[in-house]
Ligand binder design. Structure first.
Ligand SMILES: Cc1cc2nc3c(=O)[nH]c(=O)nc-3n(C[C@H](O)[C@H](O)[C@H](O)COP(=O)(O)OP(=O)(O)OC[C@H]3O[C@@H](n4cnc5c(N)ncnc54)[C@H](O)[C@@H]3O)c2cc1C
Length: 422
């Protein structure tokens, strides 16, 4: 800053490290305070017996333009760490949709036309639904639940079960009967409705801390800043036109990049703005099988199972025999004891992998507040707070996006740009 005051960022998740990167790239010294010992927040590396995995298996899509830009800015080549494949939505034996390598918008129409597991009537209805959205500029007004929106379009039930409902849970981490049709439409606009590359799936081949926030911390340090792990901030106060983070300061600007449920502990006056948020969980079970075990694809859907998606980490990142099973949003799985849930998922994997042996080890990570529930007309706070020099960043800050890495990164970039303007 012209007056030599540094900028403080609290939280080294994707939002905080995006803000810090953008500020450091503009020549500012930034101090990042992070409670945990690793970078990444809800998208961080975790250790399970002999493997570095993630606290939850994530996927990115080609439309994550800001995440990809900032990865490059901190020296991470997306081509090296992300496995890019055309969109492929598969429930073995039931449904397969894959985007052909055609220019937009043909890739989407052809993906739907060529989908296996839907009859012609259903395929045309699905194309009609996408075209209707496009004709309305992807506006769903008034906003309503995805179920109500599909009801109004008389969407056939098989198409809902195999296409729209799993897409909704995967993208919004909220069941269709509670999820915002407008936010789903925004996601469809930027992925299936965008250029073909935007709908590509990008599957991480390194852990989520190494994908961006770890290298971002190095980038910030190399530009005169600091990233202080194991530094839980207890409170902020404003004194003489500057912010003090506990007893550290003065800072002309502070970016609060913590999850909404941590805001109140830092500044109680911010808590009411997020008190109406509700949360959805994500469960990831890691099954370690003998190294020869393989799924037929790196990523597969499970129709009618407890698990929703399976990922072969051997095919993705060389962790042979390690399979991640993901269950997004709330559901009947939360009522089961962990051991029972793991047994049921093992049986689901066994249906896809003939002769599957028993797992050598299973570990389940439950993130109870993985994302906010993305309900219709959710009021999300803006970047700017009522307090001078204090900005919010995080996946929950007002935007078109559901709680995603890209939403978090964009919010961090937006907060940094406000700081740079001020
Ligand atoms: C299991 C799981 C699976 C997911 N799957 C996907 C996916 O496939 N694709 C996708 O795009 N998104 C996915 N998401 C969502 C994505 O991970 C989040 O939207 C994103 O990571 C949120 O980032 P954030 O920076 O806003 O918040 P956070 O990651 O929560 O970061 C906040 C940081 O602030 C720190 N902090 C809090 N309080 C303090 C304090 N007082 N002092 C210092 N530090 C503090 C925390 O330790 C944390 O590091 C998933 C999330 C989970 C949990």
């Amino acid at each position: 800053m012209a007056d030599g005051l540094r900028v403080a960022v609290i939280g080294a998740g994707y939002a905080g490290m995006a803000a810090a990167t953008e500020l450091a790239a503009a020549g500012h010294a930034v101090d990042v305070f992070e409670a945990s010992r690793v970078a990444g927040g809800r998208a961080r590396a975790a250790q399970i017996e002999g493997f570095t995995v993630d606290n939850g298996q994530h996927i990115l899509v080609g439309a994550y333009s800001e995440t990809l830009r900032l990865m490059r800015a901190v020296g991470v080549a997306p081509e090296r760490v992300l496995k890019r494949t055309p969109l492929r939505f598969e429930f073995p034996g039931e449904f397969l949709m894959q985007a052909p390598r055609l220019p937009a918008p043909l890739h989407t129409a052809f993906a739907l036309l060529l989908a296996q597991g839907l009859d012609w009537r259903e395929k045309l209805a699905a194309i009609g639904l996408m075209r209707g959205l496009q004709a309305n500029n992807y506006r769903v007004a008034p906003d309503r639940s995805v179920t109500a929106w599909l009801d109004a379009r008389k969407t056939p039930s098989r198409q809902r079960r195999l296409l729209w409902e799993p897409l909704c849970i995967a993208a919004l981490n909220t069941p269709a009967d509670r999820a915002s049709a407008q936010v789903l439409a925004n996601v469809l606009r930027d992925s299936l409705g965008g250029c073909r590359e935007a709908s590509d799936m990008l599957l991480p081949q390194v852990d989520l801390s190494a994908l961006f926030p770890g290298p971002a911390a190095e980038f910030v340090r190399a530009r005169g800043g600091s990233v202080r792990f194991g530094s839980r901030v207890a409170g902020l106060r404003r004194e003489a036109d500057a912010w003090w983070i506990d007893n550290q300061g003065p800072y002309r600007h502070a970016v609060l990049a913590v999850a909404p449920y941590h805001l109140g502990a830092l500044l109680p006056e911010l808590a009411p703005g997020v008190a109406h948020f509700d949360w959805e969980p994500i469960v990831t079970s890691y099954f370690r099988y003998p190294a020869a075990v393989r799924l037929p694809q790196p990523m597969l859907g499970v129709d009618g199972g407890l698990a929703q998606w399976l990922f072969d980490r051997g095919l993705l990142c060389g962790q042979d025999g390690l399979i991640a099973a993901v269950i997004s949003a709330r559901g009947r799985h939360l009522e089961l004891p962990t051991a029972e849930l793991e047994q049921a998922i093992h049986a689901e994997i066994a249906r896809l992998v003939p002769g599957l042996p028993l797992p050598l080890k299973v570990q389940t990570i439950t993130e109870k507040r993985a994302t906010f529930a993305c309900v219709p007309d959710l009021k999300r706070p803006p970047t700017r707070t009522a307090l001078p020099g204090l900005w919010l960043a995080g996946d929950y800050v007002a935007s078109d996006y559901p709680a995603t890495l890209e939403g978090a990164v964009r919010s961090g970039v937006a907060a940094a740009r406000e700081v740079l303007r001020g």
